[in-house]
Design a protein around this ligand. Structure first.
Ligand code: GLC
Length: 432
């Protein structure tokens, strides 16, 4: 019951914040003359890139396009879409959708194959499969992301440490370097920053820890919980032990950009983040330019695995769009190899395998080989088997993890309670 109340309150808060956002968007859309509208994210340089590409298409086609910025947190972004879509609103023709959403939004998005039988050709097959629901292609891939370990190669060298292969080694290295740097006068130095806020990003981080220790993937193919096991407990105990030790307490409220802020200002030895952060930490005004290395995330102990949560964003067309043909054309343009090549210069990973062989891109993105290698070990969030209940499942998961990290619950009881909730969701298909 308590879970139900907490869930309802959280959703109400999200809806309230999204109402403010959508009121702002509605004002934007009310401007006359716009024939299409597209929502783009604004993390890093996303919005700038989106605007430039849309303007180029717009000029060529003589069609005005409104760009609608969306909140950074994916859960708030989803709430904004759901609010518009629930009323069959045509406020947004093209939506930027997370890799975990195609099924969740399937009632509101069009089958792109109905407009172009070739749509989806040439992209990574796994992403196209992910975006295909009941044989309908509901989204075209825009870029793909993986969780990676960013490290200060200058500091590892200065203190004679190798790149840590396990979480245990990462902790020892982080702590030793942090202490030495603090002793040398940098009191703001921390060992490891990541995404620990109560939101989807925490689901991504925690899934990586648990999977790296062989503790499962939240639920199995049939939707049955797999979280109640000693390896998952071990992973969680490890992550909780970082807080206040190598990780600032504030991480419990960090999203991607907050962790990047700490790392990029030179105040952390290691950071977990998606690849988009590479171009930013390497930008010309970055205090740590040329001091950063990138690697796969550590293994859970010597017998564990390197893994990484699959992220990424796609473009879908709303079923309520008045101009679906134009909208599909713009989506095809934005997700084309030429556009993805431009975006890759800002470390937005292409979804076409062929672009990973491109010499120019390989020079700008030395981590391309890591991406290709990690893609084969990537762990997917259970959005396909939990269908429209994925948000509820993920909410239960990240809340249980956050309770442990913030010291409100111990990992054994939190995971056992989570196990019950996940199985109930599966059993009742969301009618908790
Ligand atoms: C990134 C990923 C996305 C994920 C989100 C969580 O944007 O691409 O898949 O859901 O982070 O914060």
């Amino acid at each position: 019951m308590q879970i139900k109340i907490a869930y309802t309150i959280a959703i109400l808060l999200i809806v309230a914040s999204s109402m403010i956002i959508s009121a702002q968007s509605a004002r934007l859309i009310a401007k006359e003359g716009h024939e299409l509208s597209i929502s783009c994210g604004s993390i890093g340089v996303e919005l700038k890139l989106c605007r430039a590409a849309v303007e180029a298409w717009s000029k060529n086609h003589g069609v005005e396009v409104e760009i609608i910025p969306t909140p950074n947190s994916s859960i708030e972004r989803m709430a904004m879409y759901q609010q518009i879509l629930a009323n069959q609103g045509d406020d947004i023709d093209i939506m930027q959708v997370d890799v975990v959403w195609p099924r969740l939004l399937s009632a509101h998005t069009i089958d792109l194959h109905e407009y172009d039988a070739n749509a989806g050709k040439g992209h990574f097959k796994a992403i196209i499969e992910n975006n295909t629901v009941d044989e309908k292609l509901l989204a075209l891939p825009w870029w793909t992301e993986l969780g990676l370990l960013y490290y200060r190669k200058d500091l590892l060298k200065k203190y004679h440490f190798g790149l840590p292969k396990t979480w245990e080694a990462m902790r020892t290295t982080a702590k030793a370097i942090m202490e030495k740097e603090r002793a040398a006068g940098n009191h703001a130095m921390w060992g490891y920053v990541w995404q620990g806020r109560n939101y989807e990003g925490l689901t991504c981080n925690a899934l990586e820890w648990i999977k790296s220790y062989g503790g499962g993937t939240i639920v199995d193919k049939d939707g049955k919980s797999t979280v109640n096991n000693p390896q998952a407990v071990k992973a969680l105990q490890m992550a909780s032990s970082w807080i206040g030790d190598i990780t600032p307490l504030g991480v419990l409220n960090y999203d991607e950009e907050e962790s990047r802020g700490v790392f990029q200002s030179g105040n952390a030895v290691f950071m977990r983040n998606w690849s988009y952060a590479w171009a930013l930490v390497q930008s010309k005004d970055s205090p740590i330019k040329d001091k950063v290395g990138l690697a796969v995330l550590p293994k859970g102990g010597t017998n564990g695995n390197h893994t990484s949560t699959l992220g990424g964003w796609n473009l879908s067309v709303s079923r309520y769009s008045k101009n679906p043909t134009l909208a599909v054309d713009l989506v095809k343009y934005l997700t084309s190899p030429a556009q993805q090549k431009l975006r890759a210069m800002y470390s937005y990973n292409p979804t076409y395998p062929q672009l990973y062989e491109n010499r120019e891109l390989l020079e700008a993105n030395p981590f391309f080989s890591i991406i290709r290698q990690t893609l084969s070990n990537a762990v997917v969030r259970p959005s396909a088997n939990s269908g429209e209940y994925y948000n509820r499942l993920s909410y239960q998961f990240w809340s249980a993890i956050h309770n442990v990290l913030s010291g409100q619950k111990d990992s054994i009881s939190s995971l056992s309670k989570l196990d019950n909730s996940l199985n109930r969701i599966n059993h009742h298909h969301g009618r908790l």
